[in-house]
Design a protein. Structure first.
Length: 265
C-alpha cells in the first residue's frame, strides 16, 4: 500500500482485467456510452486534472472507460473516501487511492499524493462535490481541495467533464458525457475565486449536456461503446421470428440508429 506523498501502485494485470469488466458492465446495462468533445481529453498534454459531477455509482466506471479509450498511454488515478474504498478492494490496484474525509490530516495527505501523481505524469480524476448529487442541483458547490491542489501545480490543465445517465427511446438508458474547455488557473487566484471559476465551468458543461440530451439525437455525440439493443426476452424472439417469416428487415432498436455514425468501436 502506498504512503501519503507516494504515487499509488497500479497492477497492470488487474487494470486490464478491471477494464474488461467495465466494458462488459456498460454493454450489459446501457444502450450506449456517448460523449461530446472527447478530443479535448485525447489531445491533453502535461499535468492534467479531469474533474466532474458525481451523480451515480457509475461515475468511477465511466472514468475507467474514458481513460482507457482516449489516453491509454498514461496512468490514471482518482481519490475515494477510505470507508467506501474498503468495500471495493480491487480498486486499490487500478489507481484509486483512499482519502480521509473531513480531517485536516486527510486533506494534507490527499494534496501530497495528488501532487506526486501529477509530477509523475499521471492523470488525476476528481469529483469535487465529494458526494452524490443530482445533475439538476444548482448551484454547484465544491470542496476546496481541487482548487488548493491546482494552485500548487504550475501549468496544470483542468478539464471539466459533465456526465448523466438518461433514458431515451430504448429499454436501456444512455450514458452521456461532455468535456468542457480546459482551464488554467492564474497563480495569484485565491482558493475561493479558483473554486468559483471551476464550479462555473463545470456547471456550463452540465447545462450544455442537458440541452443536448433533451434532443435525443445520438448524432450530436461520439458513440464510445454500444450496449444491448432491443426489448430482450420473449418479445424480442417473437419480433425476430415474425420478421423472418414475413421476409422483413428486423430492427432491434425501438428507434433505429445508423450503425457507424460517430462510432469509434
Amino acid at each position: 500500500m502506498s504512503q501519503p506523498g507516494e504515487v499509488p501502485h497500479i497492477s497492470s494485470f488487474t487494470l486490464r482485467f478491471f477494464r474488461g469488466i467495465v466494458r462488459s458492465y456498460f454493454r450489459r446495462h446501457f444502450r450506449a456510452v456517448q460523449i461530446q468533445h472527447s478530443d479535448k481529453l485525447a489531445s491533453a498534454q502535461g499535468p492534467l486534472i479531469v474533474y466532474g459531477n458525481h451523480s451515480s455509482w457509475w461515475d468511477p466506471m465511466l472514468i475507467t472507460l474514458l481513460a482507457s479509450v482516449y489516453l491509454p498511454q498514461r496512468r490514471h488515478y482518482a481519490p475515494m473516501a477510505g470507508e467506501q474504498l474498503d468495500r471495493y478492494p480491487i480498486l486499490r490496484k487500478v489507481g484509486i487511492f483512499p482519502v480521509a474525509m473531513r480531517s485536516t490530516r486527510g486533506a494534507a495527505e490527499f494534496l501530497g499524493t495528488a501532487q506526486a501523481i501529477l509530477a509523475s505524469g499521471g492523470v488525476l480524476w476528481i469529483t469535487p462535490q465529494a458526494r452524490f448529487a443530482d445533475v439538476r442541483e444548482r448551484p454547484l458547490r465544491f470542496k476546496a481541495g481541487l482548487a488548493m491542489l491546482a494552485l500548487r501545480v504550475p501549468g496544470v490543465q483542468l478539464l471539466p467533464l459533465a456526465a448523466e445517465y438518461s433514458f431515451w427511446d430504448e429499454r436501456l438508458p444512455e450514458t452521456l458525457g461532455r468535456f468542457g474547455d480546459p482551464l488554467t488557473l492564474k497563480s495569484d487566484s485565491t482558493v475561493e475565486s479558483a473554486t468559483a471559476q471551476l464550479e462555473a465551468a463545470l456547471e456550463q458543461s452540465m447545462d450544455e449536456l442537458r440541452e443536448a440530451a433533451k434532443t435525443r439525437d445520438f448524432r450530436q455525440f461520439t458513440t464510445v461503446l454500444n450496449g444491448r439493443r432491443g426489448t430482450g426476452g420473449f418479445y424480442a424472439i417473437r419480433q425476430t421470428f415474425g420478421s423472418w417469416v414475413g421476409g422483413k428487415k428486423h430492427f432491434r432498436d425501438h428507434t433505429p440508429r445508423e450503425r457507424g455514425v460517430g462510432e469509434i468501436e
